[in-house]
Design a binder for this molecule. Structure first.
Ligand code: PEP
Ligand code: MG
Length: 326
């Protein structure tokens, strides 16, 4: 086997009784994508496209974007690659798109909202994604960040259809979208929970402030409730309109890289987990140590907890394999 600097995860994410939970990678470049493939990721659950836009003061051309996205798709032939459209603003400012004088950038024009203030950038990005997808065999899904309403989800689906992209989805990282998951998911095909921002906005605590780390904790009961509500809403959206296929819900925030929380997420009915490649082997091992029934039991115990510490302690104490992982 090829030597790798990352611990290898070989096979596919599953509980001990064979419930498949694909373990995907979060990547931000073609180089990252090749490393993720080498680490055994089953696909990409979050391609952050900011890499193509950062550190420059003009929009990259469509040709530049096609080459950048193509380098990622190329690393996962025939596999699922979820690409996120540009998430400029707040912690990812871009000189030609974001207004540096906004008083509250995290609550400002960021993510999908930049399509209102700088129309055209997103449409050109979708055109580039479609062109790159057409030149590769990867199964390309496209999602928009910072979606807050069903109308925004519908608008994004229309833009994707216009570009010839058949798998539109949204990130659920704003509490409003989690609460309204059924309505949001009746407009698109899938959701991916961005637990970093979902936690920040639920707890009203800046994700960049280390001093607020105990609030910025995805084990917080309010965050767990919103994740569970998102999954339930997705199931209702599927039941209302089964002809458009099951609405899947993934997690692509840091929560998916915490092996104990990953088991809870799988038990809640989350379909895929996407994480930094170095977390794949640990999450895979802990997932494999439980049955689906046990994962569901841990999820209901976590959801019944009143504090983050209680949820974490209850779940961790029931996963003895964590001690071996260190
Ligand atoms: C998130 O918010 O959880 C997420 C995955 O996106 P980012 O960290 O890029 O905002
Ligand atoms: Mg986010």
């Amino acid at each position: 086997a090829a030597r790798s600097s990352l611990p290898a995860f070989n096979g596919s994410g599953a509980t001990s009784d064979g419930h498949h939970v694909p373990l995907l990678a979060n990547v931000g470049s073609g180089k990252d994508a090749r490393a993720a493939a080498e680490a055994g990721a089953e696909g990409i659950g979050l391609l952050r496209t900011e890499f193509c836009f950062l550190g420059r003061d003009t929009e990259p051309t469509i040709e530049e974007q096609v080459a950048a996205y193509g380098a990622v798709f190329e690393a996962f032939p025939g596999r699922k690659v979820v690409i996120r459209t540009l998430d400029a603003g707040a912690d990812k400012p871009l000189p030609f798109l974001t207004d540096a004088t906004e008083p509250n950038p995290a609550l400002g024009v960021r993510g999908f909202r930049t399509d209102r203030t700088s129309p055209g950038v997103l449409a050109r990005q979708l055109e580039a994604i479609a062109a790159a997808a057409g030149a590769h065999t990867a199964d390309v899904w496209v999602m928009a960040p910072m979606i807050s309403t069903a109308e925004e989800a519908a608008d994004f689906a229309v833009m994707c259809a216009g570009a010839g992209l058949g798998m539109p989805g949204v990130m659920v990282e704003v509490p409003a979208a989690a609460i309204m998951s059924e309505a949001v998911l009746s407009r698109v095909r899938f959701a991916s929970l961005g637990t970093n921002d979902l936690t920040q906005y639920t707890m009203a605590s800046d994700r960049q402030l280390g001093s607020l780390a105990s609030l910025n904790d995805p084990w917080q009961p309010a965050v767990l409730q919103l994740i569970s509500a998102t999954v339930a809403g997705a199931a209702r959206a599927t039941a209302l309109e089964p002809a458009s296929g099951a609405r899947t819900v993934g997690v692509c925030g840091e929560a998916a890289a915490d092996p104990a929380l990953a088991v809870v997420l799988a038990g809640m009915g989350v379909n895929t987990l996407s994480m930094t490649p170095r977390a794949l082997s640990g999450v895979g091992a802990v997932l494999e140590s439980v049955t689906l029934e046990q994962a569901k039991e841990l999820a209901s115990r976590a959801l019944a907890a009143h504090t983050a510490a209680e949820a974490r302690t209850i779940v961790r104490s029931r996963l003895p394999i964590l001690e071996q992982l260190g």
